[in-house]
Write a protein that binds this ligand. Structure first.
Ligand code: URA
Length: 238
């Protein structure tokens, strides 16, 4: 079994530097099973470990997998320039743990965004080989026509893409809204596909990734939750 000392455990969970975590422990701020533990060299079993820091309860997680309902005017980039960064919506520990968004949504796109500190997970989810379908609700400036849907399904040519890009599926929701499923995640893909098909995307919301839907997660805009194993399994459900 991997024996980690308590100071390293706290550090791994994003509570600051090892020195700072030692101070928290020796100051009596950490409890395990209701008992204050002032020994930073203690090696509690991390599987199922629940500890209390400043009277708040935390479950030890080797990695974190997070779903966020992204509001508008938030940037996904690591160095946001015009709007607050997405990590500003999450507890500070996640930045310390180097949590990153899985792919990006534009600053004005809302909806389901995954984040994690598990590099292998981020890589696998972002890989074009994985073909994870992503469902978007797009509002259009001009009315939706059958020709628009046909063009999106048949594929449209974007100027920097060698081959036309097609929707995996596409349907009309209302006179000015479509649902569109994409397997790729090219830069501004929905907006550029709609423009190439002669319309204009006026608002965009991602509502599902694989079988994981925002609705099932029940997240209001700006809210987040941990994804557990059953949620993660849904990501490969098509
Ligand atoms: N397509 C876009 O155009 N923007 C997004 O944020 C996601 C997909």
């Amino acid at each position: 079994m991997n024996k980690m000392t308590l100071d390293r455990i706290l550090q791994s969970q994003g509570f600051g530097t090892r020195k700072w975590c030692r101070e928290l422990i020796t100051d009596g701020e950490v409890r395990i099973a209701g008992e204050v533990c002032t020994d930073y060299r203690a090696t509690p079993d991390t599987s199922g470990l629940v500890f209390t820091l400043f009277d708040e309860e935390w479950v030890y997680r080797e990695h974190v997998y997070i779903a966020l309902n992204k509001p508008p005017d938030i940037e996904c980039s690591r160095k946001p320039s015009h709007h607050p960064g997405v990590l500003s919506l999450l507890p500070e520990q996640f930045s310390w743990r180097d949590v990153q968004p899985v792919g990006r949504l534009d600053h004005d796109t809302t909806g389901l965004l995954l984040l994690s500190d598990d590099g292998a997970f981020i890589h696998a989810q972002s890989s074009p080989k994985k073909h994870v379908p992503k469902l978007y609700l797009a509002s259009t400036h001009d009315p939706v026509t059958p020709e628009l849907l046909t063009q999106l399904m048949n594929g449209v040519k974007l100027h920097d893409e060698p081959a036309p890009l097609a929707a995996q599926s596409c349907s009309m929701v209302s006179s000015h809204q479509i649902e569109i499923v994409l397997e790729q995640g090219k830069y501004h893909q929905v907006k550029r596909m709609l423009a190439a098909a002669g319309n204009h995307c006026s608002a965009l919301r991602r509502i599902a990734i694989g079988g994981l839907t925002l609705e099932a997660l029940g997240l209001e805009e700006g809210e987040w939750c941990y994804l557990e194993a059953d949620h993660l399994a849904l990501l490969s459900d098509k």
